[in-house]
Design a binder for this molecule. Structure first.
Ligand SMILES: [Zn+2]
Length: 227
């Protein structure tokens, strides 16, 4: 059933999002996963939870996250391998934040049987100055992990989570100096994946500098899923 048409409701859906930090991958991945009824696997969230709970993987990852560096490939591959072995992933999944390096892409191919042709890879493109504005305005609820933006998606009461009332914070990796570093890491380590997948998977470039709903409609069209 791995090669069934995406029009078939039982088809396996495997989606990868590429694109720089701030391109809107997390938001789109969550919407898409909910729409097609498969889990969204967000490595950023999984890491932050692991760090908060001080699990062995979390303790390994913490210093890298704090400095805005990419977490080592083996840590991320282990995290994703465990997650996609869970039963809710049999019909597929939407990956967010993974793979970001060539070794991670190879790790993913190993754990899913080696054939990336059944996957669709969305490459979300956004100009650099727009990314900087988007990222430095992000706020995050440390309690329930809801996300906000001071300009684009503010909470009802300034600085307070709508869902649970906790004070919002700026994540360490959204501070301006760290953001510049993350963008550089993207260019160095993740950008080559676009070339890698161009010949090995179904690639769909998406103009991410538009309203969220317009971007989302492009994703559905590329997946041949009804809106
Ligand atoms: Zn909250």
């Amino acid at each position: 059933m791995a090669d069934a048409s995406p029009r078939d409701r039982r088809a396996v859906v495997r989606v990868i999002f590429l694109g720089p930090p701030g391109a809107g991958k997390g938001t789109q991945a969550a919407k898409l996963a909910a729409h097609v009824g498969v889990p969204k696997i967000g490595t950023g969230e999984m890491l932050r939870t692991a760090i908060a709970k001080e699990t062995p993987l979390g303790q390994k990852a913490h210093p890298y996250m704090e400095a805005g560096n990419l977490v080592p490939d083996d840590v991320l591959v282990a995290l994703v391998r465990e997650r996609i072995a869970e039963p809710d992933c049999v019909r597929g999944f939407v990956l967010d934040g993974f793979p970001r390096t060539m070794p991670q892409a190879r790790g993913l191919e190993e754990m899913t049987g080696g054939d990336p042709h059944a996957w669709i890879v969305f490459d979300i493109e956004v100009p650099r100055e727009v990314l900087m504005m988007r990222l430095s305005g992000r706020r995050w609820c440390p309690s329930c992990q809801a996300t906000y933006h001071v300009v684009n998606d503010p909470p009802k009461r300034e600085g307070v989570c709508d869902v649970c009332g906790t004070a919002l914070v700026q994540r360490e990796d959204d501070r301006e100096a760290v953001v510049a570093h993350r963008l550089q890491e993207y260019d160095d380590r993740t950008f080559p994946l676009i070339e890698h997948y161009r010949t090995r998977a179904r690639m769909a470039p998406v103009d991410g500098n538009r309203p969220m709903d317009a971007v989302f409609r492009d994703l559905l069209r590329a997946l041949e899923v009804p809106a």
